[in-house]
Design a protein around this ligand. Sequence first.
Ligand code: NAD
Ligand code: ZN
Length: 379
Amino acid sequence: MITTGQIIRCKAAVAWEAGKPLVMEEVEVAPPQKHEVRIKILFTSLCHTDVYFWEAKGQTPLFPRIFGHEAGGIVESVGEGMTDLAPGDHVLPIFTGECGDCRYCHSEESNMCDLLRINTDRGGMIHDGESRFSIDGKPIYHFVGTFTFSEYTVVHSGQVAKINPEAPLDKVCIVSCGLSTGLGATLNVAKPKKGQSVAIFGLGAVGLAAAEGARMAGAGRIIGVDLNRKRFEEAKKFGVTEFVNPKDHDKPVQQVIAEMTDGGVDRSVECTGSVQAMIQAFECVHDGWGVAVLVGVPSKDDAFKTHPMNLLNERTLKGTFFGNYKPKTDIPGVVEQYMNKELEVEKFITHTVPFSEINKAFDYMLKGEGIRCIITMGA
Ligand code: NAD
Ligand code: ZN
């Protein structure tokens, strides 16, 4: 059946109200416009960011909305002006983009594209501000430009990474967000040398991906820090060799880690979102060469406070967005690392549900069960 240029009717999980279970609806998906592609989503997974904006506590509520931004699929059709993507391509839609033209895209040092940088308040497409989804003619808003909780979606081509068609989409779909964020924070920013020690603060999906990066880099010791001891068992599969629960100690974590490592770790990666943990992650690196990388998203009014001497003593503090990966240029390479068996993806996948039971994926995340839940479309 030729669907190019036609409206497609398909199933989507619509969030009608903040915090209420998603409802399976038949939606109309408009054809892609200039620089857009329409993608048949085959697998999607749930990330914390979807849950934060679905709960809409402290964020601008925008409903009805279709969430979802970790996914894999196949291009169904392309809009005008498309040269790098064609129907049949295997792709990962990504919540942040790469226009290829702006100062950030031209810079080797940044991935924060001016045009397509993540925007959680926008509910329509960049091209015309309109949504490509509707029910009975009424628009359903978008989320971070990807909205993958639908059998078909329309995405700006700058937010689409074309990957190896041999790669299993039910696995590599998780490369499109959380996994790459943590992995890149270690491999691209902290850059531990072989044999060095790395502390990972926060052992959620992002922190475990940071640990996976440390394992791949050949780190000698990987120290996991978390307030939740339940996280430690799972983290062993990710090469974390030692654990510190700040609650078990009377002294500051910085001091505990300094004592364990003869003065501090060589690298640290913070993946908690807690400003206390950010300060600890910085102050626990060794003077002279230690590098700390912040990944977690803090609260609005947080402030980072440390004595400037900690910096003068040759410690480096860095931050990263999406692991410094450029979505179109670099993400296909992360998929290749999986194909070459350097990167282990399977261990992140702890649950699978059919699309019709997508609300279960929300339950798992809200209960803090498992790491990633794959949602199989068409099931
Ligand atoms: P998560 O909630 O699954 O994991 C966070 C972990 O940190 C939990 O296990 C929690 O117990 C632990 N934790 C919280 N406070 C702590 C503290 N003070 N000390 C030690 N451990 C502590 O979250 P996640 O999905 O893995 O995401 C981690 C962070 O990364 C979040 O803040 C998220 O918003 C952020 N994030 C950033 C980017 C980016 O590009 N910079 C991208 C995606 C996610
Ligand atoms: Zn750009």
